[in-house]
Design a protein around this ligand. Structure first.
Ligand SMILES: Nc1nc2c(ncn2[C@@H]2O[C@H](COP(=O)(O)OP(=O)(O)OP(=O)(O)O)[C@@H](O)[C@H]2O)c(=O)[nH]1
Ligand SMILES: [Mg+2]
Length: 296
């Protein structure tokens, strides 16, 4: 019997659970997740190989009306994800369906010209009647396969995979079955640090931060410890003060948590050194966005 293989672009409004879902499906934390919207800034690839099918997921940033260069780059990531897709998986939030499956998003799906599956996510947060009515509303506003899921609890993901598989083209696997990701370790390291910035810093500050891994090497191979030096960029001196915190307390906390996550991801001990630097208007400069990997 032949194999099936294809790209599944995961799209949707910010904070609906796209990254949570990709991680659940692939079974590895590849994409960072926080309670704040606009966490994901680039498309992140995750590969699921099961028996005779390989699904290459593209987690994308939340779709929004862009304000500024960084958000423009994020929307571009969504569009490029769509253009690579064999099937589009649109995620909606059961607690906020009309906003997370509005006209603009439906237009985006239509104009992509790709087959679409719509998931009603966060089904764990609403009752059975609401799920039923939500599915009906989704189907009426966009007739296609509609699947209720909980990305967080893992509910109904087998059904979702079955539906997606139906849309995959026949063809050989693009990746060896044991491969889950295609980005370099440095990318995941920077993202895990950014996740801690989003989790620990309040208000708008996370949006003014970016992370660059400057150095990544095995310092002492006999101990197996990896030395990582990364810079956290902020836009203003006052923000630098907040990220560092009283007596360096905030930066220490961010560094400790990030290190634990990086060690879990790499599966080896890490020495993490973090620096905070001011780079005025980094999010508004094309060259910087390119340097940080937000523009390709
Ligand atoms: N209760 C519940 N919470 C969920 C579910 N899926 C995601 N969440 C939560 O929703 C929040 C946002 O999740 P993300 O996976 O970061 O959402 P996203 O769509 O990738 O967000 P952006 O990258 O900002 O566009 C997090 O707090 C998740 O824990 C779900 O099925 N049920
Ligand atoms: Mg995300």
């Amino acid at each position: 019997m032949g194999t099936k293989c294809g790209y599944v672009a995961i799209i949707g409004r910010p904070n609906v659970g796209k990254s949570t879902l990709m991680n659940s499906l692939v079974g590895e934390k590849l994409s960072i997740v926080t309670p704040k919207p606009q966490t994901t800034r680039t498309r992140v690839l995750g590969i699921l190989t099961e028996d005779d099918a390989q699904m290459v997921f593209l987690d994308t940033p939340g779709f929004l009306r862009p304000r500024g260069l960084l958000q423009e780059a994020m929307v571009r990531e969504v569009r490029e994800g769509l253009s690579e897709a064999d099937v589009v998986l649109a995620i909606t939030d059961a607690t906020d369906l009309e906003r997370t499956f509005d006209e603009e998003l439906r237009e985006l799906l239509k104009s992509s010209g790709r087959p679409a599956v719509v998931a009603l996510n966060k089904m764990d947060l609403v009752g059975g009647k609401e799920i039923f009515e939500g599915l009906k509303w989704l189907y009426e506003s966009f007739p296609t396969e509609v699947v209720p899921i909980s990305a967080l609890k893992g509910h109904n993901l087998d059904e979702l995979k079955k539906v997606l598989k139906g849309f995959l083209p026949e063809g050989p696997f693009l990746y060896p079955p044991e491969v889950l990701a295609d980005q370099p370790e440095r990318f995941f390291v920077a993202e895990l640090i950014r996740e801690e910035l989003f989790l620990n810093l309040g208000q708008e500050l996370p949006y003014a931060t970016a992370v660059k891994v400057e150095e990544f090497r095995e310092r002492d191979p006999s101990q197996g410890k990896t030395y990582i030096r990364a810079t956290i960029y902020v836009e203003k001196p006052s923000q630098r003060g907040i990220v560092i915190g009283e007596g360096g307390a905030m930066l220490k906390k961010i560094g400790q948590w990030a290190r634990k996550k990086i060690e879990a991801f790499l599966g080896r001990p890490v020495y993490l050194e973090l620096w905070v630097k001011v780079r005025p208007k980094w999010s508004r400069k094309e060259a910087t966005l390119r340097e940080l990997g937000y523009l390709r």
